[in-house]
Design a protein around this ligand. Structure first.
Ligand code: FUC
Length: 770
């Protein structure tokens, strides 16, 4: 994080593996014996009593998750620069380089900062328009209580230490940070706690940070050696070479997607002003900027081999951050990865996929010890140690869907890439997630469906339950189990494995509870019709079935689809940042571009000005508030879903285009089944032309708003029946149960055209409007 203050520059230093604590588990073994009683209390309508008991027997008596922490800050003091003019500051997201410049007297000073992707160092380049004018002192500061800051005989600033203990878990991450200064001209001296540069022409500062972390159970790395190796390698290269290598590595990802919605004068204004004006002016480039900023953030926070982006990405500056800056897996961590595949950053999904593989190991013991079940599971949070126990209070933490939901990312990655060897490698995790539910589901005494108990609909409570969130067989959980079973079956079939397991899942899936439409025309959040039509709770978990899942569809499940709209309207628009981000995706799935755009406007509102809701900080970070990065990723995903969807049996182009974007173009988006939208151009809300690359072959089923033909003028085949493409298979959603009091008006759909194009692997197909 580059603060950009003139007299005292601060570069906040984070390293992805600097977490409190060390390898630990937080299961509560009392869960197993209390499970029958908790279940009975819930079935008897004594939710509050069940929750109180769960607080003792299910919620962890050990760690409630460890904290992601900053290393400290590098400060550069330019004491004499108190009278400056022409201050300018930018973050160039096409290159991932931050810049500050200003003029003092007749000298213009420029600072450039980058966190090098290939070189694993931060590089800071200081220049001035006149020789011998760069003088400053450099020092470290840190909130880490066990850290030591020193200057070594090599004239390096160093910081080393061990992270803190937290909630009974000993801090065991050793970290080392080194800053080395290369001057062109002038002098470099050490003072007690600072390095002093005088009268240089130009200066490059390198900062290298490393830890002893290898993986969640191994801390045997050598932080000193690692920090030194990266620093030595970078230090002997000219800054221009470091810059070039960084920009090249960055652009390899960033340049894959281009997005254009037309131009206006607004980009000449500073970002904070554009944010302030966004809801009242037409600034289409602010949307494309925000979309690309989401991609910038993922590239910066989720490099292969690293840790997944946490609640604050990698940008947390607090020793005790909100919610520990860890991974909330009842929505927030998944949301971080919604843009990964479709905005063509599949490699950056890897850290999250690895975390899920790790939880498939740690979560086995949790499933066994706490619930006597095979397979693996996780509750609503995890951290770098892949803890899978139940935390916070039972109201929030007694939820068993964290393994099931995250496991769907393993499958989604396969749907986009079609790599069978990869599928083979994650099959045990997919099978394990399903096996947990095979053992954990029980029969509902009244309805006879197989359901989860204890259960909750994340963080919400029906009024009828006297303040308890606890329930059995909530809609979201039923949807998750349906998906977990379906994907395990599909994976087994794709790999020709486990026919008897597939039989079991088929049988059990047929006994899951269907979705319910309640008295207010709403999709029920709970098995009973308990929804409050004026509840505006930020979580609308039961719409998991609309997005990210596709159990609710305009074309296949018209009643559920109409009920989902009622639910969205009843729950309202403005909420926390991430909640609004999710709503952009939902309204896109509702094929309502104008409403999706309204949510983008609400999200792109300066923090503090949305009554009762979140918004955006001036640097375009999402505001829950507080700062959480999930909303950025959620909205980036939602914008993509407005342009293209590939989850409902076809690739749907311009499914939810708002009136304010009548024309534009986008290139590089990715669809399931290995299709790439190489280029799409639209005008007057019609697709003028689209170029699609088929990387896997197979049937390309396309849904478009206007009639199209192949570029050579050949007619397109109108699609009929099921899509033959294996990556577009749809699991039929069970018929919903509809309350006799529900007054459902089925929504009408705009006309679309559905075509089938047989494709060959590696070939490119061009379609034009007719
Ligand atoms: C969930 C949400 C909160 C917050 C937290 C990190 O508990 O309900 O709004 O985002 O995660």
């Amino acid at each position: 994080m580059v603060y950009g203050n003139v007299q005292r520059e601060t570069i906040q230093l984070n390293e992805h593996t600097v977490w409190s604590g060390g390898p630990n588990r937080n299961d509560n073994p009392k869960a197993l014996t209390s499970l029958p009683e908790i279940r009975q209390l819930i079935f008897d309508g004594k939710q509050k009593e069940a929750e109180m008991l769960a607080n003792e027997t299910i919620i962890s008596k050990k760690s409630h998750g460890q904290m992601f922490e900053p290393v400290g800050s590098l400060h550069l003091n330019f004491n004499e620069h108190n009278n400056y003019v022409n201050y300018y500051r930018e973050l160039d997201i096409e290159r991932a380089v931050a810049k500050v410049s200003y003029t003092v007297g007749d000298v213009t000073y420029t600072r450039e900062v980058l966190a090098s992707l290939p070189n694993r160092v931060i590089a800071i380049q200081l220049t001035a328009s006149k020789p011998r004018h760069i003088s400053f002192t450099a020092s470290f500061s840190t909130p880490q209580p066990n850290a030591v800051i020193q200057i070594n005989p090599e004239k390096e600033l160093t910081i080393h230490g061990t992270t803190i203990d937290h909630e009974g878990v000993e801090g065991r991450v050793k970290f080392k940070g080194v800053a080395r200064i290369k001057t062109d001209g002038g002098t470099l001296l050490s003072a007690d706690t600072a390095l002093v540069v005088k009268d240089a022409n130009a200066v490059t500062i390198f900062v290298s940070i490393a830890t002893n972390f290898n993986n969640y159970k191994d801390l045997t790395g050598n932080e000193n050696e690692r920090a030194k190796t990266a620093l030595d390698k970078a230090y002997h290269r000219p800054y221009a070479r470091i810059l070039k290598a960084h920009v090249t590595a960055y652009r390899k990802y960033f340049d894959r997607v281009k997005f254009d919605l037309g131009v206006s004068d607004a980009p000449n204004r500073p970002t904070d002003e554009r944010l302030k004006n966004f809801s009242t002016t037409n600034d289409p480039q602010f949307v494309t900027l925000y979309f690309q900023f989401g991609r910038y953030l993922l590239i910066s926070a989720s490099q292969p081999g690293g840790q997944p982006a946490n609640l604050q990405g990698i940008w947390n500056n607090k020793l005790n951050p909100p919610w520990d800056s860890k991974y909330t897996i009842n929505i927030n961590a998944e949301m971080n990865y919604w843009p990964a595949e479709k905005t063509n950053l599949a490699e950056l999904h890897e850290p999250f996929l690895q975390m899920i593989r790790d939880m498939a190991e740690t979560g086995q013991e949790t499933a066994r010890v706490m619930y006597g079940a095979r397979g693996w599971m996780a509750h609503h949070n995890t951290d770098i140690w892949r803890a899978t126990g139940a935390i916070d209070g039972a109201f929030w933490g007694n939820w068993s869907g964290g393994g099931g939901w995250t496991s769907q990312h393993l499958w989604e990655h396969y749907l986009y890439r079609g790599d069978k060897a990869y599928l083979e490698s994650v099959y045990p995790a997919l099978k394990g997630a399903a096996t947990f539910y095979v053992d954990f589901l029980i029969e509902h005494p009244k309805y006879k469906w197989l359901i989860v108990n204890p259960d909750m609909s994340p963080e919400n409570a029906p009024k009828a339950h006297q303040g308890s969130s606890h329930d059995a067989g909530t809609t979201m959980t039923n949807q998750i189990v349906f998906d977990v079973f379906s994907t395990a079956m599909r994976a087994a079939e794709a790999l020709n494995k486990d026919p008897s397991f597939v039989d079991t899942l088929t049988r059990m899936r047929g006994r899951l509870a269907p979705m319910h439409i309640g008295q207010h025309g709403q999709l029920q959040e709970w098995l009973e019709d308990l929804d409050d039509p004026i509840d505006n709770h930020r979580h609308i978990s039961h719409l998991y079935g609309l997005f990210p899942s596709s159990q609710i569809s305009p074309y296949r499940t018209p009643h559920l689809y109409s009920a989902a709209k009622n639910t969205l309207i009843q729950r309202g628009d403005v909420s926390t940042g991430w909640s609004m981000g999710w709503k952009v995706n939902w309204w896109a799935k509702m094929l309502d571009g104008d409403h999706a755009y309204k949510l983008i406007q609400s999200q792109l509102t300066p923090v503090g000005t949305n009554p009762g809701g979140g918004g955006t900080y001036n640097n375009l970070f999402d505001a829950h508030p507080p700062f959480q990065i999930d909303g950025n990723f959620g909205c980036t995903s939602g914008i993509t879903e407005m342009l293209m969807q590939s989850s409902d049996g076809s690739i749907h182009l311009l499914p939810a285009l708002p009136d304010v974007w009548p024309s534009g173009s986008v290139s590089g988006l990715r669809a399931r089944g290995g299709f790439e939208i190489v280029e799409m151009e639209w005008k007057d809300a019609n697709v003028v032309s689209v170029v699609i690359k088929s990387t896997l072959g197979g049937n390309l089923r396309l849904r478009v708003p206007n009639k199209m033909a192949l570029s050579k003028g050949d007619a397109l085949k109108t699609a009929i029946g099921k899509n033959a493409n294996a990556f577009y298979q749809i699991e039929e959603t069970p018929e919903p149960v509809i309350s006799p009091m529900a007054n459902i008006t089925l929504l009408e759909q705009k006309e679309t055209f559905l075509y089938d194009v047989p494709t060959n692997r590696g070939k490119v197909y061009t379609l034009k409007t007719q």
